[in-house]
Design a protein around this ligand. Structure first.
Ligand code: ADP
Length: 447
């Protein structure tokens, strides 16, 4: 039961002061006349003295009352000022926060919304007050939110949290994490629900990205096994053939040499895959790709990789364009640059048809050196273009997709960024792609 309300509250200090005053005043009134009569015998003088004494009493009482009232009012004003300051502090916290703060009554209608909530819902405070809080819950989340709400009320929960999407008047919806406090009357009826809502869009996006990364990683493991098995199967097949003397007698020395060349090529493929996997494991362990930057002639590096590809893919037209201004030494890691150019060329070969021309070359500008590979192949959509540097990303992951681990370009980017440069991609679906590694022209030791 709530205590009964009195129009004023008993204050023991005030009662003590009043008591002391009554006692002193009574003693004064009682004794002052008798004391005066002892000392003043003349009746006229006595009347005058008694009048003066009366005025003196009034003056002292007035001064006392004034002092008390003044002190009381000063205290009241101080209390009011500190209450205002404290309210102001709370208002600043409530209105300055990035969170949505709301209060709803037992019917689920808003009785308070802070500025952030007003801005989010896109309504004025007056429009919001009285509206049902459930009308802002995303339709797909309403049933779950209602069920949660009912569970909390049945269990008389004091506080709990729930995630749901809120829809603003603009139609925009965002995921929110609500921390909700339920307030009950002493007889157990719901009185108010106070909630703090935090926009968790960024967290959700990060979770989605992590989920996608894990999905791509598990897909990567089966792709990697498949990629390893293909050259391994070729190596095993040709080795078995070469060991079978009876079958081998039917082949001439040129054909036998071709078998050995195929074995060597497939072993190189295996080596490249293992190198990429080792790079990946180092990156996963938080290490950067180690670079051995020294003076080197990039035109020789590009020429060397192009020669290899011409040998490996004799049916392909691979043009080399090295202008004279590119033929000087610059600062780079030649082994890693070979890896980058080989990756560009490998993709150009994989993602274009036999008839498409492939051009590899470089262009020197005052402060940068540009190394490019262009093809006339399948090209990429803007969405694919924006993702090709993601680890494990492959535009086509179907069973009939062209082989690949989805690692080459992410490693290439790390290598080029390690040189202080960047990779540019130009591509159009059906028209081909150009990948350009841009390296700053550094003095060795600067970068
Ligand atoms: P992969 O080993 O799968 O080729 P990369 O990291 O080298 O891995 O490339 C990632 C993806 O980028 C490829 O799977 C492909 O979808 C796309 N891609 C890269 N280069 C080209 C290109 N020249 N033409 C079309 N698509 C390309």
């Amino acid at each position: 039961m709530a205590p009964p309300r009195f129009p004023f509250q008993f204050n023991s200090q005030a009662a003590n002061t009043a008591g002391i005053y009554a006692l002193v005043a009574s003693l004064w009134i009682f004794f002052s006349d008798r004391v005066l009569a002892l000392f003043v015998t003349d009746l006229d003088k006595l009347v005058v003295m008694q009048t003066v004494k009366g005025w003196f009493f009034v003056a002292v009482t007035t001064a006392l009352v004034y002092g008390l009232v003044h002190r009381h009012i000063t205290r009241l004003l101080q209390t009011e000022a500190s209450l205002q300051a404290s309210e102001e502090r709370y208002r600043e916290v409530v209105e300055g926060t990035d969170d949505l703060i709301t209060q709803v009554d037992a019917n689920g209608c808003f009785t308070f919304v802070n500025r952030r909530a007003i801005n989010y819902f896109g309504l004025s405070t007056d429009d919001c007050i009285g509206l049902s809080a459930f009308s802002f819950v995303h339709p797909e989340d309403r049933e779950r939110t209602n069920a949660w709400f009912a569970r909390c009320l049945t269990a008389r929960t004091d506080s709990d949290s729930i995630e749901n999407r809120q829809v603003a008047r603009s139609g925009e919806s965002r995921p929110m994490l609500w921390t909700v406090n339920f307030s009950y009357s002493p007889d157990g009826h719901l009185q108010a629900i106070r909630s703090i809502g935090r926009d968790i869009s960024e967290r959700k996006l990060a979770e989605q990205a992590l989920h996608e990364h894990l999905r791509m990683k598990s897909e990567f493991i089966s792709t990697a096994a498949h990629e390893l098995r293909t050259p391994l199967a070729a190596i095993m097949g040709y080795t078995e053939l070469l060991l079978d003397q009876g079958v081998m007698d039917g082949f001439d020395p040129r054909q036998k040499r071709e078998f050995l060349v195929t074995i060597e090529e497939r072993a190189e493929d295996l080596n490249r895959i293992v190198d990429e996997l080792l790079d990946l494991s180092r990156i996963e362990a938080g290490q950067k790709i180690a670079l051995d930057i020294r003076p080197c002639n990039l035109s020789d590096v590009i020429g060397g990789v192009v020669d290899d590809f011409r040998t490996r893919f004799p049916a392909r037209t691979i043009l080399l364009r090295i202008p004279p201004q590119c033929r000087h030494n610059c600062c780079a890691d030649p082994v890693r640059m070979r890896q980058v150019i080989a990756n560009f060329l490998d993709n150009a070969v994989k993602y274009s048809s036999l008839t498409g021309e492939i051009v590899a070359g470089c262009a020197a500008q005052s402060d940068v050196c540009r190394i490019y590979v262009s093809d006339q192949g399948i090209g990429m959509s803007p969405e694919q273009k924006s993702r090709i540097f993601d680890q494990f990303y492959r535009a086509d992951t179907s069973d009939t997709a062209i082989g690949g681990l989805g690692l080459g370009l992410s490693l290439a980017r790390q290598i080029i960024e390690g040189h202080g440069g960047w990779i540019e991609v130009e591509s159009e679906v059906g028209r081909g792609s150009t990948l350009t590694a841009v390296l700053p022209q550094l003095q060795c030791g600067e970068g």
